[in-house]
Write a protein that binds this ligand. Structure first.
Ligand SMILES: [Fe+2]
Ligand SMILES: [Fe+2]
Length: 457
């Protein structure tokens, strides 16, 4: 039996444990699979014009689906909105997969400091390599599609979250920022100071036994800790994200706990990707043309099923190999999940299915879409349509609520089984309270008022 301040492992038990068998089998199956290679080949042969006349999924996976504007859109505009949905989803997915590569490195380093986890480390490395190919494919298809549909406007106005100086004031006052400040209910600088002192204490207590070699290298080179501003990790303020990254790289327990967040990302991805796969099967059954992006989504879901298995295994089982969490570890573990619930899953978009944030994050992108070559609206027309589409109940909200319920059910069953989680995380309470059309519309009315003022100024 090994017993240090931060790890208790019976090496004999580890050899026999069920999770090592699952890891071994997952690694073997993942190594033998060729889904990444299929994605690479599909990407190489992708040409937007060959795929441009076909839906890439069922119509409900389209930007602004179910809104009054969608009802009046022409057939070609509807197809374009369907393609732009793919592009938007996969641009978010690519950014989150870049987060995954970073966090795999950080946590892999921690697991590599003890014996018995060699296969797990190899699987994480393999997953990072696969993510690099996935990201490349998503970027290439996204770029080609946006260039064809939106021409120059695509690159002034990425169809993602709000960016740009013109709406700086608006951004500084977004609902999510206010909610976060309220939620943290103390001064961020005080938190940073307190957190860094706590971290120092952990480092001393753990005698740096498990300090991630990845972080150690950064320290040696005097480099700053990364604090990505894209992907799912962007929901954390940068100072807090850096604290999380240090924590995931300094504790066996927290390295395992990170996989709770990765599981949320896996399941978010699956929410949309499962629908693409279903569409793929329908086309295959009917012997019809299968668009390249649909096929890529299908193979990506298969590749990601290995990653999801590993996230679940590490988050639900592997942490039990180590000493019970300290008060600090339990606090950090719960805080990261609570914030992710609030910031990533705490609302309901009316204009983008399977996105569980209110539409304020995307308002500028919608506006630019309506002003761009696809709809060619004047500023006044665009604002009028935005008001109609975001501030009143319509089918799009109901479609999204269906996805919300499905994901909430899955996440509740996942977090319900983790003993150190607080009741709000076990119940996914913040996510649950965000699943309300009335609430989403109220938030949108508030944000739309501010947004239309910022456009007028
Ligand atoms: Fe991926
Ligand atoms: Fe993945």
């Amino acid at each position: 039996m090994i017993n240090t301040n931060s790890v208790i492992i019976d090496t004999g038990e580890i050899q026999e444990s069920k999770h090592l068998k699952v890891t071994s089998l997952t690694y073997q199956n993942n190594t033998e699979s060729n889904y990444t290679e299929k994605i690479e080949t599909l990407e190489k042969n992708f040409n937007y014009s060959d795929n441009s006349n076909y839906y890439w999924s069922a119509s409900e996976l389209s930007i602004l689906y179910g809104t009054p504007l969608y009802a009046e859109a022409s057939p070609s505009q509807k197809i374009a909105l369907n393609h732009l949905y793919w592009v938007t989803q996969y641009s978010q997915i690519a950014a989150s997969e870049a987060n995954t590569i970073l966090c795999n490195d950080v946590t892999n380093g921690v697991f590599s400091t003890i014996g018995g986890y060699e296969t797990l480390c190899k699987e994480l490395e393999l997953e990072s390599d696969q993510e690099k190919s996935h990201i490349h494919a998503f970027h290439k298809i996204g770029y080609e599609t946006k260039r064809s549909l939106l021409q120059k406007a695509a690159f002034n106005a990425p169809l993602g979250e709000n960016r740009g100086k013109s709406v700086e004031n608006y951004l500084n006052d977004t609902t999510s920022n206010r909610t976060l400040q309220k939620f943290l209910s103390f001064n961020p600088l005080a938190l940073e100071d307190c957190a860094l002192r706590l971290l120092k204490k952990i480092r001393l207590e753990s005698k740096a036994n498990c300090y991630s070699p990845y972080l150690h290298e950064l320290e040696k080179k005097n480099l700053f800790l990364p604090g990505p501003r894209t992907g799912i990790l962007k929901v954390f303020p940068r100072y807090l994200l850096r604290l999380f990254i240090l924590s995931w790289g300094s504790s066996y327990f927290l390295a395992s706990q990170y996989y709770c967040l990765r599981y949320i990302a896996n399941m978010l991805l699956k929410t949309a990707e499962y629908e693409y796969t279903r569409y793929f099967r329908e086309l295959e059954k009917k012997g019809e043309f299968i668009p390249v992006p649909t096929e890529i989504s299908r193979y990506h879901l298969l590749d990601e099923s290995f990653h999801t298995t590993m996230s679940r295994l590490i988050a639900q089982e592997v942490y039990k190999d180590f000493a019970k969490p300290t008060v600090y570890e339990r606090f950090i573990g719960n805080l990261s999940v609570e914030l992710m619930q609030k910031q990533l899953l705490g609302g309901l978009a009316g204009g983008i299915p399977a996105i569980f944030q209110d539409d304020s994050c995307f308002m500028l992108a919608y506006y630019r879409l309506l002003r761009g070559p696809l709809f060619e609206m004047s500023s006044q027309e665009a604002l009028q349509w935005l008001e109609k589409c975001l501030c009143h109940e319509h089918e799009g909200f109901h479609v999204n609520l269906k996805y919300h319920h499905r994901l909430l059910y899955d996440l509740r069953s996942f977090f319900g089984g983790i003993d150190y989680m607080s009741p709000v995380n076990r119940e996914m309470s913040f996510m649950s309270s965000g699943g309300s059309i009335d609430k989403a519309i109220k938030e949108n009315i508030h944000s739309f008022r501010q947004f239309s003022k910022s456009i007028a100024n």
